[in-house]
Design a protein around this ligand. Structure first.
Ligand SMILES: [Mg+2]
Length: 244
């Protein structure tokens, strides 16, 4: 059985924040964003995101929106604007340059099945699924599987029998850890010591980069190919990290 791995898109491999920032600059100008542009919003201590106005019918942009520090009205305005941009989802930069090609190469070499999951809202132009597929293909991932979903990722991970999942949102990671057997990797852009305690308790493994996530997945793959090395598995995934 090949390793079957789920990957989130925005905030995990795709840099939605930069793309939204560019559009916010066009709409509101330097002045409005100057105060907030380089100030990252730390998650609240209990791990919940303090979004006062999540994007309509969608949660994928909430984190990025938080970081822009816009008012509720400005957030709505920005999403209305973004949804009118033709094929917006094909325009995003990668979070780590070359990372999609690296995921594709590793997946091909190791015969992994990769499924990309996203809650992206639709925009002008092609279907969100096709835009996302074109984006992945353009960055070096041939024939990508993309599902645009709104429901619990935990239930989806369970139904798809995923072995591992990589996501940047702690609440998604918790959901997947609780509802499925998938090993969960949290791509965390802040200090590791600020990772919500609940995530560590459930064995969610925080990493700072997708490169680290790939290294963990390779270890998981090695362990599966050599059953019996349970101690290594525990070392890789079983313990809360102290390296904050
Ligand atoms: Mg995300």
């Amino acid at each position: 059985m090949p390793l079957r791995i789920g990957f989130d898109l925005d905030g995990t491999v795709a840099d939605m924040y930069s793309a939204l920032h560019v559009e916010a600059l066009k709409l509101f100008g330097e002045e409005v964003l100057a105060k907030s542009a380089y100030k990252k919003a730390p998650p609240s201590p209990d791990g919940t995101e303090g979004a006062e106005a999540p994007a309509p019918e969608d949660s994928t942009g909430t984190l990025a929106m938080d970081e822009l520090h816009l008012s509720a009205r400005q957030q709505m305005h920005l999403w209305d604007h973004v949804k009118k941009i033709e094929n917006f989802w094909t325009t995003l930069p990668e979070l780590e340059p070359g990372i999609i090609a690296r995921i594709a190469k590793t997946a091909t070499e190791r015969q992994w099945e990769i499924i990309f999951l996203t809650t992206r809202p639709s925009t002008a132009g092609e279907l969100t699924q096709l835009q996302s597929q074109r984006w992945l293909d353009a960055h070096g991932f041939r024939y990508p599987s993309v599902m645009v979903v709104q429901r619990s990722r935990g239930k989806i991970a369970d139904a798809l029998q995923l072995d591992a999942f990589v996501d940047d949102r702690p609440e998604n990671c918790l959901d997947i850890a609780v509802e499925s057997k998938a090993k969960v990797i949290l791509v965390w852009h802040g200090h590791l010591k600020d990772v919500p305690a609940g995530a560590k308790r459930l064995g969610v493994r925080p990493v700072s980069t997708i490169s680290e996530a790939l290294a963990l997945l390779e270890q998981l793959d090695d362990i599966r190919k050599k059953p019996g090395i349970v101690r290594t598995l525990k070392r890789v995934f079983g313990q809360a990290t102290d390296d904050g």
